[in-house]
Design a protein around this ligand. Structure first.
Ligand SMILES: Cc1ncc(COP(=O)(O)O)c(C=O)c1O
Length: 491
């Protein structure tokens, strides 16, 4: 459960600071249903850019923003891409909900909100004293630094030195401090070590996405419901919501699957990881290039008992497809050989590297369960290709310029030829083995107890279900906070 104990003195300071900085905090319910956001906020957003450092952009932490860089309002159906069978090679429908239209260009801004908001509106985090520390493999610290800035809080972003240049350039303008830890995507232990070092300073408050229950609270309620609404909006008569696949970084997004399995009990939930770092499938380790996922440990917040399948994706597949979707030659192939229309080709640039991996997981799941044209599998596109322009250039430098022939080969070899290898339908004992791996990170290294670990396995009602239901309590605290600042009335 998330601790929602009030610390009155700090809470009053936070209220005063929010008043001075004209901050209104959105509720989880408003993020699910942005049409309920007060009219005057919606009117003001018409003059605000999607990435502007303006507190009003807290109200754009929703899947339902219009796909516009400036002045966008809300829409009934989340932004998504439906990948056609001519591209995927499988008959089932694949829906991918797009994170590109969040501020920062990535949905991790939601996960970081979910972690910060409970401590801000209870006063556990004192905005006049604490620095918010965001340990991350890239996007979470971007979201955290952005939210901190909107909420007028100081921030420290921690991410591995080998993450893409785009992330560092942007962070240097937004975060109070940026710390690069040694290594790549899968070097999370080094990040944890750095947070232990920072923790010695009582002014540093760590928001560890891998263990903070605010992360699943946000995804279960906001991402889960958005995916369910998307399915309901686009389903055809007789369509069956058969599956959902999410690669795991912190495993926050996977919580959307917990909600989907409650609403659609037949749905299968798969977790994806990089073949080069097969921790879930093989207790394995290794460096890989699917930025944002796969960190050589099982996150505390992964509800493993509710996960039906584990799928590994070769990082070479996702790298190859980045060029297919984002070079003129690749796009020409998609148009001429596959007959995709221009609007869809443009939308394929909404897939970042992990988004591509997510879609490949959907294809592997579709092949395994022999899904038909009446089945739907859903996923998310955490960020977009915008975050990887430098990577595309690096690939061009490595392999030479792209061509139509290369595009045809990439499509054939890296999508159509996908098989059901490196995939495991999880039995009870498989799930338990994966859950047990948490012991080594969380109990041995990070100070959790065996009792807490066992509760995550044996006490679903008292842990996962209880956290998911805390959204209502959190929203009540957010409403009270806004009422106390009085900012909404004066906007
Ligand atoms: C690009 C990218 N993809 C996927 C993920 C994984 O999402 P989650 O942390 O919710 O498992 C992340 C997490 O930071 C990410 O940045």
């Amino acid at each position: 459960m998330i601790d929602l104990t009030i610390h009155q003195a700090a809470l009053e300071r936070n209220i005063q600071k929010a008043r001075e900085n004209k901050v209104v905090i959105p509720t989880i319910a408003q993020m699910e249903h942005p049409e309920t956001i007060p009219e005057k906020i919606q009117a003001k957003l018409k003059h605000v850019g999607l990435w502007d450092v303006d507190p009003l952009n807290l109200f754009r932490i929703t899947w339902k923003n219009e796909a516009k860089a400036f002045g966008g309002g809300y829409q009934a159906v989340p932004n998504y891409v439906e990948l056609p069978s001519s591209l995927t090679g499988v008959p089932c429908r694949i829906l991918a909900m797009a994170g590109k239209w969040f501020p920062t260009g990535c949905h991790k801004v939601g996960a970081s909100f979910g972690c910060l908001a409970p401590r801000l509106v209870t006063g556990q985090f004192d905005a006049t004293y604490h620095h918010a520390v965001w340990p991350s493999t890239g996007n979470y610290c971007r979201g955290g630094a952005f939210n901190s800035k909107l909420l007028a809080c100081d921030s420290v972003a921690i991410l591995p030195a080998e993450m893409s240049r785009e992330r560092f350039e942007w962070l240097s303008q937004i975060a109070g401090q940026v710390i690069a830890t040694p290594g790549c995507e899968s070097n999370v232990k080094e990040i944890f070590d750095k947070t232990w070092e920072l923790r010695q300073d009582p002014a540093m408050m760590i928001f560890n996405q891998f263990e903070e229950m605010g992360n699943p609270l946000w995804h279960y309620n906001v991402t889960g419901n958005a995916l369910a609404e998307l399915f309901e909006a686009v389903k055809r008569p007789g369509d069956n919501f058969a599956g959902a696949c999410f690669t795991s970084g912190s495993a926050g997004t996977l919580s959307a699957g917990d909600l989907l399995k409650e609403k659609y009990p037949q749905l299968k939930l798969a977790v994806g990881e990089a073949l080069q770092c097969p921790t879930i499938l093989e207790n394995g380790f290794g460096g890989h290039r699917i930025e944002g996922i796969g960190d050589k440990h099982i996150p505390w917040i992964h509800n493993v008992k509710n996960t039906d399948m584990a799928i590994a994706i070769d990082d070479e597949d996702s790298q190859r497809l980045l060029r297919l979707f984002n070079t003129p030659e690749g796009q020409q192939y998609l148009k001429e050989a596959l007959g995709l229309d221009t609007a869809l080709i443009e939308k394929l640039t909404w897939l970042g590297i992990s988004g591509i991996a997510n879609v490949l997981c959907c294809i592997k799941m579709a092949k395994y369960y022999e899904l038909t044209e009446h089945d739907v599998v859903a996923t998310v596109l955490t960020d977009s290709a915008d975050m990887y322009r430098s990577r595309i250039q690096e690939l061009n430098d490595l392999h030479g310029a792209y061509s139509l022939e290369e595009a045809r080969l990439d499509h054939a070899l890296h999508i159509l030829a996908l098989k059901t290898d490196s995939l495991l339908e999880l039995r009870y004992t498989d799930r338990k083995r994966i859950h047990n791996l948490k012991y080594y990170t969380w109990v041995e290294q990070q100070g959790r107890t065996v009792e807490e670990l066992n509760a995550l396995w044996y006490d679903t009602a008292g842990t996962w279900d209880a956290v998911h239901a805390q959204a209502a309590e959190l929203d009540a605290l957010i409403d009270a906070f806004n009422e106390a600042t009085g900012v909404l009335k004066t906007l």
